[in-house]
Design a protein around this ligand. Sequence first.
Ligand code: AMP
Length: 565
Amino acid sequence: MAVIGIDLGTTNSLAAIWRNGGVEIIPNALDEKLTPSVVSVSSKGELIVGRAAQNRLVSHPDVTVSQFKRLMGTNEKINLAGQSFLPEELSALILRQLKQDAEAWLGEEISEAIISVPAYFNDNQRRATIAAATIAGLHTERLINEPTAAAIAYGIHETEDEAQLVIVDLGGGTLDISILEKFDDLLEVHACSGDNFLGGEDFTRAVSTGLCHKYEITFVELSAQEKSLLIRQCNQAKEALSGTSHVQFELQLQNRLVAMTISREELINWTAPLMERFNTPLQRAIRDAKLKQDQVSDVILVGGASRMTTVKNHVGRIFGRIPSCTLDPDQVVVMGVSIVAALKHKQSDLQETVLTDVCPFSLGINTVQEFQSGIQSGFYNVIIQRNTVIPVSRVKTYSTIADKQTSMTFSIYQGENRLVKNNILLGKMAISVPSAPAGEETVDIRFTYNVNGILEVTAKVISTGQEKTMILQNSVNQLSETEIQQSLEKIAEYKIHPRENARNLAVLSEAECMYSEFLDERRNEIEHLIYQFEYAIEGQDPATIKSVREQVRQRLNEIKSDLVF
Ligand code: AMP
C-alpha cells in the first residue's frame, strides 16, 4: 500500500508520493499543491479546510483559525465557532484533508504517512504530531526533521563526495538551522538549532508595524476585520517585494481610503531586528557541529519566507557564498519526505541511504548539590547531551540522599540551563527503594530517545532489580488513547464541506473576502459577481456553474491585479 509524505506546515501543508522514478506533488481538489493550514466553520456548521478557509480569515475571522502548529504540544485550547479544539485536532483536520485529496488523486486508500516536523520540535510537539495523524486516520511510524528532508530533496544522499551542509529553513512560523554531514551512505544531522517563534508571519507583522508608523495608524484602534485586512495586505506586499522594488495599494481604514507604498528598502529596515535573530541559532549550530565556516560545502535555503531577498543576502553574507535555492522552497521538504517514504519501503530505483538524526536538546533530571549551608535542590543533571546522534540510550546512576529514604522521585527536563526551573518539565516518576543509610541505595536511570524524537525513561533499583518504565505523569500535553478516541468522535460529528463543491466554495470565499476589502463600485461589482454565481449554483446545472465560476474567477483576478503593482 502506498505511503505518502506530508509536510505539515504552519502556513501551508503539502503531500507527495514517489512514483515512476520521481516525486509527484499531490494536488488538492482545487488542483493546487499547497493547502493552507487553516480551518473555518461555515454558517451551516460545516468544517472548511484549506484555501477557502484561508479566504475566510478576512471575511469571517471569528470562525476561522490558523497558525495552530505553533501551539502543538501545549494544552492550549483554541476556540472555533463556540467549540474548543486542541491543536492536535485542528492539525488532524489538515492531515485528513491531505489524506482525502491523496486518495482521490491516487484512487486508493491511504493509511500510512511519514510527516515532517521542525528539527527543533520537542518531545511533546512530536507526540502531538503523531496524535494528530492518528486522529486523521494515518499511521505514522516515522517523523522526519524538515531540514533533513530538504537535504534529501537536493539529492545530497546520492552525491559521491563527503559534504557538510547548512540548511536554513524559514517557514511561516519557525526558523530551523541544521548542519548535515554526508559521508559514504550516511546522512547525519550533526547539529540543529533554531527559533520556534521566528518565521515569515513575524516579517509580515514587522511590515504592518512599519506601515502603521509610516501612515500614522494606531493598529489597536482598528476593527478586527480591518486588522486582518491590513495583515493580509502586508503579507502580499512582503511576498511581492521578493520580486519587485516597490508595491502600492489602497486600504480602507477607519472610514478613510489610504494610498500606501512600501519599498524593498523599507522592508529591509523594518525587518532588520528579525534578521539579527538569525545569528545566535546559526552560530550555535556551527559551534555544536565543531565546524568552521569555510568547511561548509553548501548552504541550502528552504521555506516560503526564504524567498525574501533580505534573507538570501543575510545568509549569503554570513557564509560568504550564494545559497542554493534552485528547488521550490515550498515543495522541497515534502519532496524529501516522500523520498524517505519510498526508501522506507525499499523502492528499488532509490539508492539506500541511512539517515541519522540528532536529539535537538539536552535531556536530564533534577538533582541536589551539597553546599556548606546544606543540601540544595533544583540542579539539572544531563543524561543525553544536545545534538547526540539518535537513536540513543544513555544510563546514569543516582543514589539516595537521606537515611531510611523509601522512594526516589525524578523529574525529567529538557533544556540547556543549569537550573531545572529554567528548563521544560516533561514529567515525573517515583520508584520505591529499600530503607537504608543515605547513599547506599542506587537507581539506574536510562533515557532512550528514538528516531521519532520520543523519550522513554526506565528506572531500575540496583539492589532489588525492580524496574519501572516511564509514564510521563506530568506530561500535560500528551493525549491518551481515550482522549484520541474522544477527538475522533468529536470530529466525526462535524459535517465536512463536500469535496465536489470545493472549487465553488474557493471562488465564493475569495469573492466574499474581496467584498470586505473593497468599497464603492468595486464592492458593488463583487457583490454582483457573488449574486451571479450563487444564482448559477442554485440552478444545479454543472456546465453553467463551471462556466460562471470561471468568468467570476477571472474577473476577481483582474480586480486583484489592479490592486498591487
Ligand atoms: P511555509 O511555512 O514554508 O509555507 O512558508 C510560509 C511563509 O512564506 C509565509 O509567511 C509566506 O508569506 C512566506 N512567503 C511565501 N512566498 C513568499 C515570497 N515570494 N516572498 C516572501 N515570503 C514569502
